[in-house]
Design a protein around this ligand. Structure first.
Ligand code: 13P
Ligand code: SF4
Length: 329
């Protein structure tokens, strides 16, 4: 009997197989689509049908006509896909792939925060559990947060969770005073400003690209602040040939593919011996786990029907506003 152990299928893999070819075969046989986030391991990005940021993945899931969606990302992304496609089989190679930001916002405490702010519109970053989304009026991602906040009436009172850095950044670029939940991502908060400044001295022509989940002091010195997709687009279209990348280093895989002649330097964390910053949750998915996941169609992602019914409203609202604003097609 095959069991899902520790969040993934632990089954022996046949000796001598070409795992990438086998994944491609299984995908075709089962009419499955593989969606991968830019922070996934390079080999997973390479075998995926589509790669994208969290907004693109939600949109791709909503539009998918495959019977099976394999979401290679962290759990909240797979959960969002399942909420959008309740009748499809949604798989995630390792369902223990959590998110420190989502974990910084327990649903019962968020419910109290909402209760303490009557008359406020509740905006939640997509990096939240379905249970938190169920208390939300509109979900945002880092790609659409500014425009969605801008689209609300100027006098609208807003609470925003869970990322305090993204919330502060949106307040600064929109002039709003949203009340913020005090959460953060362990990867993006770790970047060392001092080491990045030292890198700027070593590579004077390099531009700093930073995700808005990074601390304010870093965003101030960045040449470009944006979502994963926005940073990628910037690197592709810029005349600059050298970048210090202050987001999860998985994005550098696609950056190098799209602009082979440019130099990408992973921004270093404050502490630790490695020179990059990796999301340990994102890296839990491996080719072997993906192969077994497709082969055995496990582990499946399930969302409580009651929670899903509430959570789909703010997710759909995000997709509708993003379409109206021309952010997505
Ligand atoms: P994006 O919305 O840019 O894909 O970011 C998701 C994420 O988890 C950032 O840490
Ligand atoms: Fe969550 Fe941070 Fe990992 Fe993104 S990088 S999935 S916010 S823990």
């Amino acid at each position: 009997m095959i069991l899902v152990n520790k969040g993934y299928v632990e089954a022996p893999i046949e000796k001598g197989i070409d795992i990438v070819e086998e994944i491609k075969k299984l995908k075709k046989q089962k009419n499955a689509v593989i969606l991968a986030h830019y922070y996934q391991r390079g080999e997973i990005q390479d075998v995926a049908d589509h790669i994208g940021d969290s907004l693109a993945l939600a949109q791709l899931a909503a539009k998918a006509d495959a019977d099976i969606i394999v979401l290679c990302g962290v759990y909240f992304m797979a959960e969002t896909a399942k909420i959008l496609c309740p009748h499809k089989k949604v798989l995630c190679p390792d369902v223990s792939a959590g998110c420190s930001l989502a974990d910084s916002c327990p649903a019962d405490e968020f419910a109290e925060f909402v209760k303490a702010h009557p008359g406020h519109t509740v905006i939640s970053y997509v990096n939240t559990t379905a249970a938190v989304k169920a208390y939300t009026d509109v979900v945002v991602t880092s790609t659409n947060a500014k425009q969605i906040v801008d689209s609300l009436p100027a006098d609208e009172k807003i609470i925003f969770g869970p990322d305090r850095n993204l919330g502060n950044y949106i307040n600064s670029v929109t002039g709003r005073q949203m009340e913020l939940w005090n959460g953060a991502c362990h990867v993006h908060e770790q970047f060392s400003i001092e080491k990045i400044i030292a890198l700027k001295e070593k590579y004077p022509n390099a531009q700093v690209l930073a995700h808005p989940e990074c601390k304010k002091q870093l965003l101030i010195i960045a040449d470009k602040v944006g979502s994963t997709q926005a940073l990628l687009n910037y690197a592709v279209n810029s005349d600059c040939n050298e970048f210090i990348v202050a987001t999860e280093s998985g994005i550098i895989h696609e950056m190098k593919k799209r602009c082979g002649n440019k130099n990408f330097i992973a921004a270093p964390p404050e502490d630790g011996s490695c020179n990059c910053n990796e999301c340990s949750y994102m890296k839990l998915n491996t080719l072997e786990k993906l192969y077994n996941c497709l082969k055995y169609e496990m582990p499946q992602v399930e969302v409580d029907a009651d929670v899903a019914q509430k959570a789909i409203k703010p997710i759909n609202r995000m997709l509708e506003i993003s379409k109206q604003l021309g952010i997505i097609k």
